[in-house]
Design a protein around this ligand. Structure first.
Ligand SMILES: Nc1nc2c(ncn2[C@@H]2O[C@H](COP(=O)(O)OP(=O)(O)O)[C@@H](O)[C@H]2O)c(=O)[nH]1
Ligand SMILES: [Mg+2]
Length: 333
């Protein structure tokens, strides 16, 4: 089986000058977005380097995908790495070795991190784990250093959006793929600057919502629908019944409807009915306490209606996160 190293580049000629001599043993595919900084002439000097220049197109993930799609073999081993020396090129051979017995290798950085990027990526990682529970297998989900066998990925499902291409490929691994981790020491960029822009954060949020299948939005809509249903039921019951009884009925029925809708629509019966409804009852109770506690204490500081709103929002977040990771938790591959 043939081995390929795919490297997306944008204005990395200075780094490539030092990198390409280290990779002469591999079939290298450089996917460059028309950097016009000498990348083309440099790549031409190496017989083992195939250069794809994309004109009028930009983006790391789509560059990596174009590189992968240019591989003609029906099964090949691929390692994807950046060009800036943040990844440990000495480990590429280890990744290829691991791919003898695995379909996917995640390279996990250890060691020093620049502190501000550390904070941003830690927050993003936490958020991703909560919204996309399948991703918790990945220890370094934002990374762009990984290897896989082309046959084990449904490449048609891969949406090359933004920066996070490893995550995208991981989410499209075929069932039963064998996966493993490899730790490497993180390095510093040698030349040039990072192309990470604020826009990347928005793209990441979009990607996260898509990988979440927009469950968080469906959950929100169902929750808002529940409020109206609750009010409607209260109105109807109160025509005939005492207020307290009407309140109890309205709350119990709308909560039950909320459960059913989330069970069948949002989480598509991801786990069994009985355990889900039991956990749901517990979580709903605790969420109510959070709403009550937050609203009550904040009402000493801010207007009670706003305090209640904060309570509602916090209990919503609490309930959603526990829905995703406890009530309807998926098995963690
Ligand atoms: N082809 C292509 N490569 C890119 C683009 N943006 C970044 N890269 C390359 O992707 C790798 C990682 O980018 P970098 O800016 O270092 O991202 P960071 O490590 O997350 O700060 C580097 O090799 C970049 O040259 C792009 O728009 N197109
Ligand atoms: Mg970098």
């Amino acid at each position: 089986m043939k081995n390929y190293v795919v490297i997306p580049t944008y204005k990395e000629a200075d780094n490539l000058k030092e990198l390409l001599p280290l990779l002469t043993k591999y079939n290298v595919i450089i996917v460059d977005d028309n950097s016009l900084d000498g990348t083309e002439n440099l790549c031409r000097k190496y017989k083992n380097v195939k250069l794809l220049v994309r004109k009028g197109k930009r983006g790391l993930a789509s560059a990596v995908m174009d590189g992968i799609r240019s591989i003609k073999e029906n099964d090949a081993k691929v390692v994807v790495a950046d060009a800036d020396f943040e990844h440990d090129y000495g480990r590429i051979k280890d990744v290829f070795n691991l791919l003898d017995k695995n379909d996917f290798v995640e390279c996990v950085k250890v060691g020093k991190r620049l502190w501000n990027r550390g904070i941003i990526s830690t927050t993003a990682k936490r958020l991703l784990y909560m919204l996309v529970p399948e991703s918790t297998w990945l220890r370094d989900p934002m990374s762009g250093f990984f290897g896989f066998r082309t046959k084990s990925v449904s490449l048609n499902g891969v949406k090359p959006q933004g920066y996070k291409i490893m995550l995208e490929i991981f989410m499209n691994l075929k069932k039963g793929s064998r996966k493993t981790h490899l730790e490497y020491t993180y390095g510093y960029r040698k030349h040039g600057k990072s192309k990470l822009k604020p826009k990347v954060i928005m793209e990441f949020i979009e990607q996260m919502l898509r990988l979440n299948n927009y469950r968080v939005l469906v959950f929100l809509v169902i929750g808002i629908f529940g409020i109206f249903l609750n009010e409607l039921l209260l109105y109807v019951f109160y025509l005939k019944l005492p207020l307290f009884i009407s309140l109890v009925y309205a709350i119990v029925i709308s909560t039950l409807v909320n459960f059913l809708m989330n069970h069948y629509i949002t989480f598509k019966r991801r786990s069994n009915f009985i355990p889900s409804i039991l956990k749901f009852s517990l979580v709903t109770f605790v969420a109510g306490l959070i709403n009550l506690g937050v609203a009550f204490y904040l009402s000493f500081v801010i207007m009670y209606l706003i305090a209640n709103l904060v309570g509602i929002v916090l209990s919503f977040i609490f309930k959603y996160l526990l829905s995703e990771n406890f009530i309807w938790s998926t098995s963690k591959n």
